[in-house]
Design a protein around this ligand. Sequence first.
Ligand SMILES: Nc1ncnc2c1ncn2[C@@H]1O[C@H](COP(=O)(O)OP(=O)(O)O)[C@@H](O)[C@H]1O
Ligand SMILES: N[C@@H](CCOP(=O)(O)O)C(=O)O
Length: 313
Amino acid sequence: MSKSVQVHAPATVANLVCGFDVLGMALHRPDDVMTLTLKEEPGITIEHTDIYQLPTEPEKNVAGAALLAMLEELDHPPGFHLVTDKRIKPGSGLGSSAASSAGAVVAANELLGKPFSNEDLVRFAMNGEKVASGVKHADNIAPAIYGGITLIRSIFPLDIVQLSGPPLFVTVVHPQIEVRTADARQILRKEVQLKSAIKQWGNIAGLVAGLLKQDYALIGRSLEDVIIEPVRSILIPGFDDVKSQSREAGALGGGISGSGPSIFMLSEKESTANAVEQLMQDVYTKLGIDFKTYVTSISYEGVRVSPVTVHQP
Ligand SMILES: Nc1ncnc2c1ncn2[C@@H]1O[C@H](COP(=O)(O)OP(=O)(O)O)[C@@H](O)[C@H]1O
Ligand SMILES: N[C@@H](CCOP(=O)(O)O)C(=O)O
């Protein structure tokens, strides 16, 4: 008899414009659907039912790397079989790698009777991000696991702060080009001018305060990135048009989702979010670039676990 659990792992928007590597939020859609089964025999096997041809060796697949890190901390490590239907395109800037890593460890923890805390799960899942981008960062993993909006005050040691905020609608456009996070990190300057740093930390503090105070105008003013966006936005055709037209349409603001190429905009009203979706579609239709758009909102649940089912082999 083998036990299985199914999870829905959410897309996430990392950075939230000004908070490179320290802020992120979980979205209601898109999400990945993952089924994890406990095996008697040790070892991890991985299968994908999607079109992305991701590696199935556990060390090369981010979900496998996250599970391997968890197994290292168990006295009697079991085996797992993972089946993933990936609906968040890899290299989208929507936390595709984080959804796989976070979903895998949440599912495994559920199957094992929850021996690990959420903080432990973030620690394991960051090993998946290391495989994907060469660096452990938690700004997609933490919101995927905790839900909502999270601040990563520190990763060594981990210090995760869950933030509350007012209702917000999120419009996302995903131009169908791939930007690998590893490449988008490589092009960043390693040094920052003091005057830029001052602007940036004013914006991060302003954004966090705006969320907690439910002050939409302060949120809008703080959605500005003077360090990363000027470098990365060059990789994203249509970026300037989407951003300026969205502001004109009444969006609070927004920018690159994670390392791109997706762009996200926040709005107070659903009607504004829908108008922003329309203008995003117009920009990319004019450019002749395939795209997907989503109007969604913040998911406060994070990885959703369906009841454990028991199968007879
Ligand atoms: N299970 C997985 N899900 C997504 N990406 C994976 C997975 N396993 C390995 N990868 C690799 O991780 C990279 C995608 O991660 P990344 O560039 O961070 O994109 P994203 O912004 O969508 O998370 C790709 O090189 C992909 O091959
Ligand atoms: N802080 C990271 C976030 C990467 O997010 P992803 O969704 O593009 O994987 C970065 O900006 O490099």
